[in-house]
Write a protein that binds this ligand. Structure first.
Ligand SMILES: [Mg+2]
Length: 309
């Protein structure tokens, strides 16, 4: 849906700020707790014992992350889900979200309602209260930036650091063609899987694949090593080829490393018991940089998504 109204009566400007805020509360429903734990005061207060240790922020911007072909509901849900994917990548669980909106006054009310209803449905599904936000005005723009607070789900947080020589490299689900297939807004963030992985001591580091395997795997690769990956092990989504799987991005799958001494087949069995419906692939392992293996993919030939490039 195009987010801009032709008639003023259909726009957010027609409603004005106070009535708009009341409408937003109605659209969010029970996904938004009352003040002081939610909207309506200068800050939201996190309940006692809910100290946030994980913080992440991500935007969706009109003409950049969505266009007229995407339903407003899907835009709202995607905004929350891409942040949830970052919490999943640390093995965390979400505890609350705040939302900063920047809108042209011509923004359609029904677009904004769809956006909030999609956001609220996703928030309810994943148990994330929307605890506050802000609305600012800017010409020709519809942008929303969501800050998500989280906690470790267990005793440990997984970071991008920690892999070592000969450690195994795994990825969940399938990769590539996320735009053509609609996966970029249909995906389910891997929260349960991320929390489970953080509890497995043999798992050393983790990231979610948002900018493409080629780029995101670099973030897990220790200095002096390179990932030795057999292209046949890369799980392809639909008609994606290897280049698409490495470079498209927006897969929102979990990419993680596991200690060299662990048996990957035994780990895969343990995974299948926990998540029988979610594919898990062992891509390869880390080898010394400069070592050559005939079957290994030349990762340096592929690039993921670079921002500000
Ligand atoms: Mg990420």
């Amino acid at each position: 849906m195009n987010p801009f109204a032709r008639k003023r009566a259909d726009s957010v400007a027609f409603l004005g700020e106070t009535a708009l805020l009341a409408a937003i509360r109605r659209w969010l429903g029970d996904a938004a707790p009352d003040a002081p734990f939610g909207m309506g005061d200068d800050c939201a207060v996190l309940p006692r014992g809910r100290a946030a240790r994980l913080v992440t922020v991500d935007p969706v911007i009109y003409r950049r992350h969505f266009d007229d072909k995407v339903a407003a509901r899907d835009v709202g849900a995607k905004l929350l889900k891409r942040n949830l994917s970052d919490i999943a990548a640390m093995g965390g669980r979400p505890i609350g979200a705040v939302l900063a909106l920047t809108l042209d006054p011509r923004t359609r009310l029904d677009w904004l309602e769809g956006f909030y209803r999609g956001l609220a449905a996703c928030a309810r599904r994943h148990g994330v209260p929307i605890i506050g936000g802000d609305i600012a005005e800017a010409p020709d723009t519809v942008a929303a930036s969501l800050t998500l607070l989280g906690q470790p789900s267990g005793s440990r947080v997984l970071t991008r650091q920690g892999a070592a020589l000969h450690d195994w490299i795994f990825v969940t689900g399938r990769l590539g063609h996320s735009l053509d297939s609609g996966h970029h807004f249909k995906f389910t963030p891997r929260l349960a899987e991320g929390a489970w992985l953080a509890r497995q001591r043999e798992v050393r580091s983790m990231i979610d694949v948002s900018d493409g395997l080629a780029k995101d795997l670099k973030s897990l690769t220790p200095t002096g090593l390179h990932p030795s990956i057999d292209a046949r092990n890369i799980p392809l989504r639909g008609k994606a080829d290897i280049a698409a799987a490495l470079s498209d991005g927006e897969d929102y799958e979990l990419l993680f490393t596991m200690a060299a001494k662990t048996d990957p087949a035994a780990f895969a069995r343990k995974w299948r018991q926990a998540f029988p419906k979610i594919k898990l692939s062992c891509l390869g392992r880390f080898e010394p940089a400069g070592s050559h293996d005939e079957n290994s993919l030349r990762m340096e030939c592929y690039h993921g998504f670079e921002h500000l490039h």
